[in-house]
Ligand binder design. Structure first.
Ligand SMILES: Nc1ncnc2c1ncn2[C@@H]1O[C@H](COP(=O)(O)OP(=O)(O)OP(=O)(O)O)[C@@H](O)[C@H]1O
Ligand SMILES: [Mg+2]
Length: 296
């Protein structure tokens, strides 16, 4: 009886340890991301499944292969491509993917010009993605041309290999919400082939601000308090920025250049000068950003 209790306790303890180790890897990989908790949760459940599957194998129990093909949908700049990049590496670390490369593709990479060409191109891409992720952006463009379009052939080839090569590569299709919905409706079997359908929500102002602060910190810059307040006000007022991380990245680059222009006039520059972003830099940077946007 005593022995049995001990066994249970130590087992509980060891599975706890595995859990936290693997889950830390997920947390670490997404350290620089703001939000996206449901993406992390999905990856944690995949990590847990993989660990327990290996344990079951050790115990001589039945194990299963699961496919982890995913659909990402959400507005521009909500982190779909960036998350796929991080995920490819992470899944290698978690021993779910063998190599962890990310092959990014779009319609032109899959669709050929004559009968049979498309299947060939698609197969070649899948081969390249073996052991990693095949990331297809704007996936709905594959269904653009109607029945006679070769895009259909690409989808068929893809779907076939997603099943046949169960677990040897992960297909991630990405796109905007409305278009993806239409795309899924075109092929009834498609939705069920994707185990994970993940929504990338628009960012709230607070999150966008955090993204900005993280990006600056990552590049070894720091916003003064006034600079950050000013950035917040500007982001609140800006139209195009709605929920969009890419805008933040672009604005930051303008602000960094505005700081550089200001610093060139400073006589003996200190390290602190080079780090600090002032309110003036924010104002100037955003002005330039807006000017360039207006020109097109
Ligand atoms: N959650 C986040 N945390 C930190 N940075 C983010 C986050 N989401 C997006 N970003 C940043 O925003 C920028 C745009 O992200 P990304 O290119 O991944 O968006 P996307 O959803 O693929 O856009 P699109 O649909 O236009 O291709 C990147 O520089 C990325 O680092
Ligand atoms: Mg993208």
């Amino acid at each position: 009886m005593n022995g049995q209790v001990k066994y249970i306790i130590s087992q509980k303890h060891s599975s706890h340890r595995i859990e936290s180790e693997e889950w830390m890897k997920v947390e670490d990989a997404f350290e620089n991301f703001v939000g996206l908790d449901h993406i992390k949760d999905t990856l944690k459940s995949i990590a847990a499944w993989s660990v327990i599957n290996r344990k079951r194998e050790e115990f001589g129990l039945k194990t299963e292969r699961q496919s982890h093909h995913m659909l990402f949908y959400g507005n521009p700049g909500t982190g779909k491509t960036t998350a796929a990049r991080v995920m490819a590496n992470l899944l290698k670390e978690l021993k779910i993917l063998e190599k962890g490369q990310l092959i990014e593709a779009e319609r032109a990479d899959l669709v050929g010009e004559y009968i049979g060409h498309t299947a060939l191109k698609t197969r070649e891409l899948i081969k390249k993605a073996e052991g990693g992720i095949l990331f297809i952006d704007e996936a709905y463009s594959l269904s653009r041309g109607g029945d006679k379009d070769f895009g259909r052939e690409a989808i068929d080839t893809l779907v076939k290999h997603m099943e046949d090569m169960n677990g040897r590569f992960i297909c991630v299709l990405a796109g905007y919400k409305r278009e993806m919905n239409g795309f899924l409706r075109m092929n009834t079997g498609l939705r069920s082939r994707f185990s994970h359908i993940l929504y990338f929500p628009d960012y709230q102002l607070k999150e966008l601000n955090k993204i900005a602060i993280n990006m600056f910190r990552d590049k070894e810059y720091q916003l003064s308090k006034n600079a950050n307040n000013r950035l917040l006000t500007i982001m609140r007022e800006m139209d195009g920025i709605n929920g969009n991380g890419r805008f933040v990245r672009n604005i930051i680059e303008f602000i960094i250049r505005a700081q550089a222009v200001r610093l060139l006039k400073v006589e003996s520059l200190t390290k602190k000068d080079c780090i600090l972003i002032s309110e003036e830099d924010v104002i100037k940077g955003v002005e330039e950003f807006k000017k360039e946007k207006q020109d097109i």
